[in-house]
Design a binder for this molecule. Structure first.
Ligand code: 9G3
Length: 565
């Protein structure tokens, strides 16, 4: 392609709203443009890369026998009402009415649509297992779209769905999909980890997220320094072994702690380390008030609290709700003599507390020498805290470290939740109706593209892996007004194209400096520069990632390129 008639609007300056490298470089390199907040257009270079990432995904999906299809973005509300999700989702689910005032959702995901098709078309267990996938635009009206393609409101997803007549079959299907995902992300050149995850609102049991390690990742991964254990911190279980002090239980005392609000202030004032204090936070679990007690140096994991109660929503009570229930504000709460109708749950570590402090449910007062069971009753002890760096790994091997990750894939063993709600059954070998069992599997395709840029760039621009770059070769003519340069460049352009090499030919009437800067920004792996020695047939060959360059006679070019590309 000739750059003189291509839409590649490169930018010198960094766009003000672009905080991370991939967002900056994809905009500056002329790959994408924002059309609205969280809504992007893929310009020609972006589309060429997107197509290559999709090709890898298609190959791996086809390889495991998943059939590609495409489902509509416009989904009738009735389907979402059958599964109860129409009202479950708030403004994040984009909705519209058609001209007959019928309600639709813009597809955020396609469990309802695909299950309605399977329900209508698949009647016998003999037709299972069956898996389908699509690569399609999804709509989710994120509250705070950011980081360019990382968190958009309209984005490209590969979503696959598998249907089974048993959980064994689902396990096998899940394993094949898991392996296909490892192949996909490895072929994209990404440094990724599958991590054990929380299935959230989807329910079902096993689920894994595929995380690309990156400082700009929004997720925190807890991984072992001595095994391949890795889990999303949201669900990483804590297998700590706590020691109970052998000290005698001292007499409970109430002490004034004027103006001391935070755990640290109280601990400092009372002269004990943070972990010798109990933290009590009031949560609304669905509509129920629950007091959650943890050791002072631990943090409540609200996902674990939600799973303990199998609740829909969990959120911290407000200051006024807290005052209304306890007569005291944040920082003064404690489990001693708490109001009757309030559950007290505590993290397992609390069981081992001896002579610790806690709030006295009176502003400006705390108890010291507090001991569980003697001074307060806990309804339920559970693993309710976030795992911390240095905790022992749940698999018993080594200790936990943290890393940040970008979630590029998420696979779920859904079970039969959706099939039940939608009546998707097949006749089993005894001719009895049996609810089908499902798996669902997503890849954020546009997010994967951004994650690749996060991993492959330097201070001059993107350094695409050769097989994902928008073109294989960037051919630059320094001065198209000079006939020897123009002729040689055109000759090379034609011969490379004839050899099937994807060439971007910068034939613009721009200064050399501009061409070199744009070329570094766009990040095509190999650059051929036709310049001063054109009359001798000599050109310069440069590798974008290593910077290695050499002078080559144009006759040797193809040979050189073959072993480089
Ligand atoms: C919605 C909205 C946002 C959502 C969902 C539904 C996430 C929703 C979970 C999934 C599960 C899997 C198939 C591909 C892999 C992931 N955010 N999820 O269901 F209406 Cl607004 O999407 N779906």
């Amino acid at each position: 392609m000739r750059q003189s008639n291509m839409l590649i609007p490169t930018l010198k300056e960094i766009p003000a709203d672009a905080e991370i490298k991939s967002h900056q470089l994809l905009v500056r390199g002329g790959f994408i443009r924002q059309t609205a907040s969280g809504v992007y257009s893929f310009l020609p270079l972006g589309k060429r890369v997107l197509r290559k990432v999709e090709a890898i995904i298609r190959e791996e999906m086809d390889n495991i026998g998943a059939n590609e299809m495409i489902m509509p973005a416009m989904q009738p509300a009735e389907l979402w009402k059958e599964t109860g999700r129409w009202n479950n989702f708030g403004p994040e689910l984009m909705r519209l009415n058609d001209r007959h005032d019928r309600e639709f959702a813009l597809g955020a995901t396609h469990e309802e649509v695909i299950t309605s098709i399977i329900r209508d078309e698949i009647k016998s267990y003999k037709r299972l297992p069956l898996s389908v996938y699509q690569i399609q635009t999804k709509f989710r009206d994120e509250k705070r779209p950011r980081f360019g393609l990382m968190r958009g409101r309209e984005f490209v997803m590969k979503d696959a769905y598998s249907f089974h007549d048993s959980y064994d079959s689902l396990d096998q299907g899940y394993q094949k999909m898991y392996q296909a995902y490892e192949n996909i992300f490895r072929r994209c050149g990404l440094d990724f980890r599958p991590v054990i995850a929380d299935s959230g609102a989807m329910g079902g049991k096993d689920t894994h997220e595929f995380m690309v390690l990156s400082e700009v990742g929004e997720d925190t991964i807890a991984y072992s320094d001595s095994s391949d254990y890795a889990a999303n911190i949201e669900m990483a279980p804590v297998h700590a072994s706590y020691q109970k002090d052998q000290a005698d239980l001292k007499e409970l005392q109430e002490v004034a702690t004027p103006g001391k609000k935070t755990m640290q202030e109280v601990a400092d004032f009372l002269g004990h380390p943070l972990e010798k204090g109990l933290k009590a936070l009031l949560f609304k679990v669905d509509e129920k008030l629950v007091l959650v007690v943890t050791r002072g140096d631990h943090e409540v994991n609200d996902i674990k609290l939600k799973n303990l109660y199998q609740a829909e929503t969990v959120e911290l009570a407000s200051e006024e709700e807290t005052k209304a229930a306890f007569g005291a504000g944040f920082g003064s709460l404690g489990p001693i003599d708490q109001p009757e109708d309030i559950d007290v749950v505590a993290d397992n570590a609390v069981k081992y507390a001896v002579n610790v402090s806690c709030g006295a449910n009176k502003d400006g007062y705390h108890f010291i020498n507090v001991n569980p069971e003697r001074d307060f009753i806990v309804n339920t002890y559970a693993d309710l805290r976030f795992i911390q760096e240095g905790d022992s790994s749940p698999d018993g091997k080594g200790t936990i470290q943290f890393a940040r990750g970008i979630e590029v894939g998420h696979v779920f063993k859904l079970g039969s939740i959706y099939a039940e709600r939608m009546g998707a059954t097949v006749l089993d070998e005894q001719g009895k109706a049996k609810t089908v069992v499902m798996g669902c599997y997503g890849i954020g395709v546009s997010r994967t593209l951004a994650a690749i840029v996060e991993q492959y760039h330097d201070d001059r621009g993107i350094t695409w892996p050769a097989h994902l770059a928008p073109f294989h070769v960037h051919l630059l003519a320094m001065n198209m007004k000079k006939p020897e340069q123009k002729q040689l460049a055109e000759k090379i352009y034609d011969s490379l194209k004839a050899a099937g090499v994807e060439v971007l030919f910068d034939d613009r009437a721009e200064r050399a400096g501009v061409k070199f800067a744009d070329s570094d920004l766009i990040g095509i792996p190999l650059r051929i520069t036709v310049g001063k020695r054109a009359d001798e047939g000599i050109v310069e060959l440069k590798q974008r990632d290593t910077g290695e360059q050499s002078e080559v006679h144009e006759a040797e070019l193809l040979g050189k390129l073959n072993n480089l590309v």
